[in-house]
Design a protein around this ligand. Sequence first.
Ligand code: ADP
Length: 449
Amino acid sequence: MAWWLTRTLAWLLAVVGGALSGALLGRLAGHPASGLVLGGLFAVATLVLRDGWRGQALMDWLRGPLTAPAPADAGFWGELGYRIERALRQREQGTRDQREQLAQFLSAIEASPNGVLLLDGADQIEWCNSVAAEHFGLDPQRDLRQRVTNLVRMPAFVAYLQGGAFDEGVSFAGPLGRTMLSVLVRPYGDGQKLVLSQDVTERERAEAMRRDFVANVSHEIRTPLTVLAGFVETLVRLPLSEPERQRVLTLMQQQAGRMQALVADLLTLARIEGSPRPAADRWVALPELLQQAGAEARALSAGRHAIEIEGGDEVEIGGSQAELHSAVANLLNNAVRYTAEGGRIALRWQWRPDGSGEIAVADSGIGIAREHLPRLTERFYRVDGSRSRDTGGTGLGLAIVKHVAQRHGGEIEVQSEPGKGSTFRRVLPALRLRRRRPLGQAATALDGG
Ligand code: ADP
């Protein structure tokens, strides 16, 4: 039954009951009419008192922390309490949902690889994720509500933030000077700012390397080209005797050869870098590889060195024949070029106890001082530039060897001492090695030494 009907009935019952009992009392006292009025008033007063008491209970609940349920009541006050409580719970649920959404949103920003910093209209920090904290050297809790320019004092950043021209970003060295940051500001809301930061140290380094590389290549090509152009001019302008002409042509041939070697090495590097890693299941027979590279080295040495090949008869390597050959040939080429006449050069295969193996090229040549060893595989790094060029070096040989080694899952190790010779080891992982299949048998994958 609806509360208003219950209530109306209660009113009627109280009034009628009060009136009847008042009439009864009045009759007994000899004044039935005034008894009727008194009875009615008594009934109304009872109802008003009861309502007041219920309303007070609701008020007490409303004044409290509102954690307990509203007072249970059937009538008007009960319905009012119930509706207030329901509105409150709905509001609480809405707030909880919003808080959850905000937490999810912030944790999504937190997961961003970029730094995010929110600033209010006075450039005070409202929130920052941990990446931004790391980029700017901030504490995400302690530094809240601090003016960002008091904490991040890099002049380029301060000028950018205060300049207000946010169409483009700005780059500057991070607070400890070890990183390069790229920062972009996006204004929003009522003077607030969204500051996005990115660590571009690696990108800048790669860009600097690319610039250096282009500059080096240009320089390496320009030198022989200038010499070549000079000789051409000499040939055109001067009437040379036949022996002079022959000498000039020989020198021109050398310069052209130098350029050819450089371009060939550049192309090899580009091909290696631009192609996927060689498949591990294309098996290359090591003995043939060693014999071929050894023969080429003997041709280059022209009998000036004793060149020997040891081991590897049973080995097959999983990888690219062309790349593996290029790596071994480069190492042997260096050994010949940096070893004086009469020196010894050995090309050896050795298993290692862990199942990996190495192709070692050892020479008794000029050797390399310790401080140069870490940089040998850098492109165009030379210990002695003129010796390298005079012997036809491009400065790219060991860079190629290192690339090939990495693409086959291996590495290069160098041992060297000035005047005592060098050993370059090209280490290959067990995964890319197997014993050669003797006729009529299956090959055995990897059981090492
Ligand atoms: P390059 O064409 O100049 O030989 P590489 O990249 O092959 O370039 O080698 C880099 C430098 O390492 C060489 O310039 C040389 O100084 C040094 N080097 C390489 N191999 C040897 C070696 N076997 N003995 C002595 N020095 C070597």
